[in-house]
Design a protein around this ligand. Structure first.
Ligand SMILES: NC(=O)c1ccc[n+]([C@@H]2O[C@H](COP(=O)([O-])OP(=O)(O)OC[C@H]3O[C@@H](n4cnc5c(N)ncnc54)[C@H](OP(=O)(O)O)[C@@H]3O)[C@@H](O)[C@H]2O)c1
Length: 320
């Protein structure tokens, strides 16, 4: 489309803000950019002032691509409005978890499974932030060595919980997390299921299986919130099908799109504001590969990945 696309961003929170920034930074061909939220007002996103409109069915008239970054669940933006947007001709790219495991909905990390976009029915899901950075690093290991088992522990930033999470760190807001976050580490992200895993841990297992097309992959996650503003870190332990040597693991990871391997180690503070997934402390022994990986949860974990999906759909700069 030579004169660009009409794009709506639903949600003017942390992810909405980064979506605007990424659309601008990556020079997405825009004809019009609409910001929609629960209430109309003037708001500054990524340094630009927008007249925010109310997210209601009519607001999607003429929209080509709608990025959803509102809250989840029955009263959330995607459940309430995704069908309305699609019926008006938009393709919806949803950052929330409501539809990720729906077999009709592609769950896409472009570096890994962009082909799953083919034949989509108007709704495309972005993966959970902690899943996305892990799968871009697991995919090359799966291809080169095969995956037998994955054990992961996460160290997740407060911005993963949206504005309320940041307020808990900065202003002591008390209702964002199950315990005080300042000076603490909380091994509960989401609610607990009957199996003892939290929803975040279950998302990591089920979404990884779907994205990698490995429905039976044994994956054991422990997700922990720490008092860091932005940037999720993960300690990943992988058992591979065939034995590996350190140089070939480094080569496989280094050649993977979207992955940058460091001789040292990346930290959340260093990767905050960067688009990639950063790996360090790679260790290999027989069929065990261990590493540390870090990414900006609001960028690769949300906005960058969503904009990459849109780029793939319209055929510009996919997967850069
Ligand atoms: N934060 C992350 O690292 C991250 C990563 C991956 C995915 N996600 C997902 O992305 C979504 C947004 O997260 P966030 O961190 O940006 O949250 P946030 O900072 O709390 O912002 C949420 C925004 O959504 C809007 N909203 C809520 N319900 C809505 C509805 N029914 N209709 C329209 N707008 C609605 C709110 O509108 P008002 O301003 O009008 O109240 C607010 O602007 C969530 O689904 C989250 O799970 C977040």
């Amino acid at each position: 489309m030579s004169d660009g696309y009409t794009v709506a961003v639903v949600g003017a929170g942390l992810v909405g803000d980064r979506l605007v920034a990424e659309l601008r930074r990556r020079d997405f061909p825009l004809k019009e950019l609409r910001i929609l939220a629960r209430s109309a007002r003037s708001a500054v996103l990524a340094g630009e002032t927008f007249e925010v409109g109310v997210a209601e069915p009519e607001a999607f008239e003429g929209v080509d691509i709608a990025f959803f970054a509102g809250t989840e669940g029955e009263k959330g933006a995607a459940v309430q409005l995704a069908d309305e947007a699609i019926s008006r001709g938009a393709v919806v790219i949803d950052n929330g978890s409501d539809f990720r495991l729906d077999p009709k909905v592609p769950l896409v990390v472009p570096e890994v499974n962009v082909a799953s976009l083919e034949g989509h029915e108007g709704l495309i899901a972005n993966a959970n932030c902690s899943t996305t950075q892990m799968v871009v690093t697991l995919a090359p290991l799966a291809r080169e060595f095969g995956l037998k088992k994955v054990v992961v522990s996460t160290y997740q930033a407060v911005s993963g919980a949206g504005r309320s999470g940041v307020e808990a760190l900065e202003n002591g807001r008390e209702d964002a997390f199950p315990r005080p976050i300042v000076g603490n580490a909380i091994p509960q992200i989401g609610g607990f299921g009957d199996d003892g895993y939290t929803t975040e841990e279950t998302k990591m297992r089920e979404e990884t299986r779907k994205i990698l097309s490995l429905p039976d992959l044994p994956l054991f996650a422990t997700a922990v919130r720490i008092p860091v503003h932005t940037g999720h870190a993960e300690s990943v332990y992988v058992e591979t099908e065939r034995e590996a040597e350190l140089p070939e693991v480094l080569e496989a990871l280094g050649a993977a799109p979207g992955v940058e391997v460091s001789d040292d180690f990346p930290t959340p503070l260093e990767v905050s504001g960067e688009e990639g997934t950063y790996v360090g402390r790679v260790r290999v022994e027989g069929n065990v590969v261990q590493y540390w990986c870090v990414a900006d949860n609001l960028l690769k974990g949300a906005a960058t990945n969503a904009v990459q999906i849109a780029e793939s759909l319209v055929g510009v700069r996919a997967q850069a």
